[in-house]
Ligand binder design. Sequence first.
Ligand SMILES: N[C@@H](CCC(=O)N[C@@H](CS)C(=O)NCC(=O)O)C(=O)O
Length: 202
Amino acid sequence: MQLIYAKASPFARKVRVAASEVGLSSQIELIDTVVMPIIINEKVNALNPLGKIPILLTNDGEVLFDSHVICEYLDSLHNKSRLIPSAGSVRWHTLSLNALADGLMEAALLVRYEQAIRPEKHQWDEWIEGQMSKVHRALTALENKINDSDKVISIAHISIACALGYLDFRFISFDWRSSHLKLAKFQESFAARASMMDTLPV
Ligand SMILES: N[C@@H](CCC(=O)N[C@@H](CS)C(=O)NCC(=O)O)C(=O)O
């Protein structure tokens, strides 16, 4: 399998952490690329019309995106405990938490694009504040919903850890820890896992 990715991408990191947690990393060749809303990356566009990574090329010739679909695919390839529970309330709880973490990542990424790519004179403060308020509300909700005594790792834990890791990577002065103590405790322990250490954003 080949994973089209970028080292800084939190969505691609999620896939790499998932692959590592289920023991599939060695079966995935990593292909580094560069994507941005203002860059035309023909190779990526040909594989994903949305022009986004991660993209997984499977051994059967399938082209899979987005990150959740890829994680679901990887989860079908192993015999360990499932990252995405297949049924029951635990499934819906996990998927909802995961959606919250993905949404946090998405809002943070949009702020990053606005601040890093858009010429300064065109940057729109209210829009940035709107996206950051999504980040803040998602952090509050995750703080209330996360169960730090969970022993089984799920896709939601992985997405939360990658979203928080992205805040630390791109928003260095944002102290989310002091007002989200459960999340801070969760991240301290989850970020020490080999899957996370091996995929630190650069
Ligand atoms: N929903 C997508 C989001 C992927 C995404 O936004 N990836 C970013 C990199 S972290 C990207 O490809 N951005 C390029 C663009 O927006 O043009 C997923 O879960 O894979």
